[in-house]
Design a binder for this molecule. Sequence first.
Ligand code: SF4
Length: 498
Amino acid sequence: MITLPVTGAERKSRKFLDISHYDHAGNYHLLPFRFVALRNGREVLVNEIGDFLIVDKGTARRIINRKLDPFEDSELYADLIANFFISQTRVPALLEVIATRYRTKKSFLDHFTALHIFVITLRCEHTCHYCQVSRVSEDKDTFDMGRTHIDKGIELMMRSSNPHVTMEFQGGEALLAFDQIMYAVQRASAESQKIGKQISFVICTNLAPLKKEMLDFCLKYKIIISTSLDGPEFLHNKNRHKKRNDSYQLAISGIRKCREILGNDAVSALTTTSTLSLDYPHEIVGEYINLGFNSIFLRPISPFGFAVKNDRKNKYDTDRFLEFYKKGLDLIIEHNLNGNFFREDYASIILKKILSPFPVGYVDLQSPAGMINNVIVFNYDGYIYASDEARMLAEMKDYTFQLGHLDTAGYEDIFYGEKAFSFAESSVNESLPGCSDCAFQTYCGSDPVLNHSTQGNLIGHRPTSVFCQKNMGIISHLFELIDSDERILKIFNNWIEN
Ligand code: SF4
């Protein structure tokens, strides 16, 4: 590079500008942000794109009352500008950056419905007391999904504008209708190849009816297995009732066989927290660690369908769940602090929203809500539902979220029909009362099906909502942990990167 000599006449003055140029005290512009107090005496500020700052209590008030001084509060002032909380100009210089970040956060909407759930049978050989659907005994073939309906479901799935769809088989116990699964997988694979669409397959199963031939088929078509494991044997068998009381042993031997043939990453497990489970957070987490899983999803019982019929075993206050969740999370963090990798999945979903600019494709925590936009359910009898919970409601004769039938409904009727349209307004937490000014709005979601089921209308009432109480409790707790120890923040970052 050639440097030209600068003559005295050309040299620009480097004198400081007049003091008034730097005097922005109270002279800044507020950008949209929300805030909430934490229990540790601090408060968290969150802007429209999910960036956050944890600051001393009273800071939000000072910012809003224009009491910040760029000199005295220079570090905070710089952070607020750099993170788009305030601006020195009426229109922030980096407005385009904010817009791009916002589009990225919402980019889960770009491709529309990904998850297509096929309830392949309602038959089941378990009688779990928290089962959300009605199950029927093993021998009733009339409760399997017919091939005409499988074909129609696949046809609709191929019409999704999403280049990568997931076909998930649920039950009842899905493996009891393995012939139908084989037919569906082969047919969907052939159809997706014709149009160049990527497809992933998942079977949700308790693994009790598992056979070697099934796993060979799963290997050939790269099918992922999602199973249920509620904790140690005594707890699992109490929750997941089966005639010979051998549900746990069958699940464990099934997990081993899946790992042997499909590989460790091809099988995952989910817990369901019954009232009994609440007393055993450490035992449940310990079971997953001992079995070599690298994560656990601590989730409460969904208050839908038949699950809520058994109040004694399944109904508990959200406070009790939060206490259970925090104890489990504490143990998981301690395990990580001791040099091991083990993740809690619900926290990881929320942390990815907090700590990264990317969206998360988790249907239960989205705005607009995941129903229809990200998930659709084709039931064994041909009826179509807006989400898995919606079909559970239908089992209780509540058809609010039924979108039509595979025999008669076209793609546009289902996905852009009047019913789908009528759910849209209550699907966006940015405009829901309570959520619209909540600091955690960007990290949370909306759940009109849950609102309808528990509160009698799609909009819901946040102060008494179990969805809100759970998410508010968990998100605040995560912020308090982030603020408490830098090592925990490192662990959290590690969770979302792996
Ligand atoms: S549901 Fe509750 S925690 Fe979630 S955004 Fe709405 S008010 Fe906030």
